[in-house]
Design a binder for this molecule. Structure first.
Ligand SMILES: Cc1cc2nc3c(=O)[nH]c(=O)nc-3n(C[C@H](O)[C@H](O)[C@H](O)COP(=O)(O)O)c2cc1C
Length: 438
């Protein structure tokens, strides 16, 4: 097994300790970056083809290059909100390898000449945030945080901001609002954060895992990074394995391994059961059936997209043969309704109606036309919301109907029409579009 690049505590147990980190090459990436021009640092990250690990897979170096080269404040915001169901990789980095994140964020800040870094941690990470603050002070004493970093002319402060438990605050513009003390709701774009972000200044927002990849890229070079994975999806990735899997947990593996290899590495489907479906990206990406074609698909951004789903943050949830897909989809519909921030109408109303009709289907109080109705509502939401949360909410609905239609049909076939509530009767809200036969 080659040594881990991100989950280094698995090879060096005390790597979270500053002295152990520096004795094992820590802060060499930042030291080297400070000898380079800021643009050269961005170019190395661009050449590496590192893609954002927070979900969208956007090329990291390209994002940094969008920041205008103007005088004045610029910021880096580290996205440590980690609220996607089934995602638990960033917390492992924050807990066990915090200096690698800090070093990566500092290299990013140097590349865009930022004056401050804000690390946005989800509220439940209060203990990790406390630990991180201690480590920031240790790094400050060593000259890596604050004034004249590493003896250079560049200075940068690091702040930690704790969220208050809202999934939407992982969305980058809502995250910025939250740091500013405003309601955690997404902003209208353009302008994009690289031009007008935190406090209207140019801002780069990157995920924890993305930034933890940066120090080894600067030390070892872009070509080294591309020896792992594929040309379009290079490097290591932490796969969060949960659901019906024998050994749940985080697995750092090169991108490009197959679903089959990943599941085998995590011990296979729990209790020797057969695989029914996979959610490759938590609740927000479409589910796929556990067919041989899916199992032999490479885990890269491009190959997974060709299956009609997304790699996202690689929070892989395994569903075994006994899973009730309608029940599982209702759970996800409930999550998105609860987390919709309510700012835009299609998401606020759409997530509400999706949950209501899913409840009716699961409660055997729906008509066959309701299956078509939830598809229609989801289609009406797609591409019409202020941020991606609305699109995310449609993924479990549309993909489960597409791949597991027979399970919906069984529920509605066994429904008792006499006990069905009239559409629109619930909680005094405006009536839902009537299902045929209503
Ligand atoms: C509703 C919603 C929740 C999100 N939650 C997270 C999150 O918890 N962590 C994260 O890194 N990105 C999250 N994202 C993606 C961010 O908006 C953004 O794309 C990401 O932080 C960019 O970093 P990257 O380029 O390094 O991936 C979320 C997006 C949406 C729409």
């Amino acid at each position: 097994m080659p040594p881990h690049i991100l989950l280094r505590e698995l090879d060096i147990p005390d790597i979270r300790n500053f002295d152990v980190y520096t004795a094992n090459g820590g802060y060499e990436g930042l030291r080297k970056a400070l000898t380079m021009k800021p643009d050269e640092v961005t170019q190395v990250v661009k050449d590496s083809n590192l893609r954002g690990r927070g979900g969208a897979g956007f090329p990291t170096g390209l994002k940094w290059s969008f920041v205008p080269k103007v005088e004045g404040p610029k910021y880096v915001a580290v996205n440590a909100d980690e609220s996607e169901p089934g995602t638990f990789k960033d917390r492992q980095i924050l807990e066990n390898n915090p200096h690698q994140l800090l070093e990566g964020a500092l290299i990013c800040a140097y590349a865009i000449q930022a004056t401050a870094i804000y690390i946005y941690c989800r509220g439940e990470f209060w203990d990790l945030a406390h630990n991180l603050e201690e480590q920031i002070e240790v790094a400050r004493k060593a000259g890596w945080v604050g004034q004249n970093i590493g003896g250079s002319h560049w200075s940068c402060e690091v702040y930690i901001h704790l969220g208050a438990g809202a999934y939407i605050c992982g969305e980058e513009s809502a995250l910025l609002n939250s740091i500013e003390g405003k309601l955690g709701q997404p902003r209208v774009r353009p302008p994009f954060p690289a031009v007008s972000g935190l406090y209207a200044a140019p801002t780069v927002i990157n995920n924890v895992e993305t930034l933890a990849n940066v120090p080894p890229i600067i030390v070892n070079g872009a070509a080294w990074f591309k020896t792992m994975g594929t040309e379009k999806s290079p490097g290591p990735k932490i796969f969060c394995m949960s659901g019906h899997i024998a050994r749940p947990g985080n697995y750092e593996l090169p991108l490009g391994i197959t679903f089959r290899e990943l599941i085998e590495t995590a011990g296979g489907v729990a209790n020797g059961k057969k695989l029914k479906a996979i959610l490759p990206s938590g609740a927000s990406g479409p589910m796929v059936p556990g067919t041989d074609q899916v199992l032999d698909t490479k885990l890269t951004y491009e190959d997974v997209a060709a299956l009609g789903t997304v790699l996202g943050s690689a929070s892989v949830i395994i569903l075994d043969e006994d899973t009730d897909i309608v029940w599982a989809t209702l759970k996800m519909a409930r999550f998105f309704r609860h987390e919709s921030c309510g700012k835009c109408t299609p998401c606020r109303e759409g997530t509400y109606w999706l949950e209501k009709r899913m409840e009716a289907i699961y409660g055997r109080k729906a008509a066959p036309a309701d299956v078509k109705l939830i598809e229609d509502v989801a289609m009406q939401m797609q591409g019409k919301c202020l941020c991606a949360l609305g699109d995310f909410a449609t993924s479990p609905i549309l993909s489960s109907v597409k791949h597991f239609r027979s399970e919906y049909d069984a529920y509605v076939a066994s429904a008792q029409p006499a006990v069905r509530p009239a559409a629109g009767a619930a909680r005094g809200r405006a009536a839902a579009p009537a299902a045929a036969g209503d």
